[in-house]
Design a protein. Structure first.
Length: 228
């Protein structure tokens, strides 16, 4: 896999030795991540960020003599979402192609010569002719039908925020703040992810904004620190 400085890639944690995390890059290749590049500030629990076999999104800082130096803390939320979205769409496309053609990997390789996977996905949804560049008309029609059904599924929009409290009743206060109509997961170190669903991205995004406003309002009322 060809990579360069500044690239953002999905990685799998292979092992942790001393103060170094060793990673396997998606698509092939290996790299390393120093503890100083895991997160800004003091790390109370390293496993909140990295642990063996966990998948994380990292940025390439430097490539020297075949050694790839990576960073987790320098990846923006937008970059992380883009990488995870691309990874999910590639998995979906690969699974769809498996049901139609015998060698889906070769088709994906050809697609990637001309498109980013997420861009191809959107174009294929809107125009079945795009699929005919890589598939015969019969198989293109089959794939288009499956992709169209995939589009009808609910869309999900995600966000991340931080909640912290120094109160003796902090845990209960935070639980009350989080009692909202959304799917929320604890990420560690006071960080949470929130997911909302809708038939289209505009409605889902509007709902996400409403949920975050509600969480912020409850946090202020309960003397809990809130930050998106």
């Amino acid at each position: 896999m060809k990579i360069k400085e500044g690239d953002v890639s999905l990685c799998r944690v292979k092992k942790i030795e001393g103060t170094t995390v060793f990673l396997e890059l998606e698509g092939g290749g290996e790299g390393s991540l120093g503890f100083s590049e895991v997160a800004a500030g003091r790390i109370r629990n390293l496993r909140d960020y990295v642990s063996p076999n966990r998948k994380i999104v990292c940025k390439v800082l430097k490539i020297s003599n075949g050694n790839v130096e990576l960073s987790l803390r320098r990846v923006t939320g937008k970059e992380r979402e883009q990488v995870l979205r691309k990874h999910k769409q590639e998995s979906v496309l690969r699974n769809i192609l498996k049901t139609v053609v015998p060698e889906p990997e070769k088709i994906i390789e050809k697609i990637e010569e001309s498109y980013e996977i997420d861009e191809f996905f959107e174009e294929a949804r809107a125009n079945s002719e795009v699929l005919k560049k890589f598939l015969d008309p019969k198989n293109a029609a089959k794939v288009f039908e499956i992709i169209s059904k995939e589009e009808e599924k609910e869309k999900v929009v995600k966000g991340e925020f931080v909640l912290k409290s120094v109160s003796l009743t902090g845990i209960e206060d935070i639980r009350e703040v989080l009692d909202v109509d959304a799917e929320i997961h604890y990420l560690g170190s006071g960080r949470f992810s929130v997911s909302v669903f809708g038939k289209d991205f505009k409605k889902a995004n509007f709902k996400l904004e409403f949920v975050l406003e509600e969480i912020e309002k409850r946090a202020k009322a309960g003397n809990v620190n809130f930050e998106v």
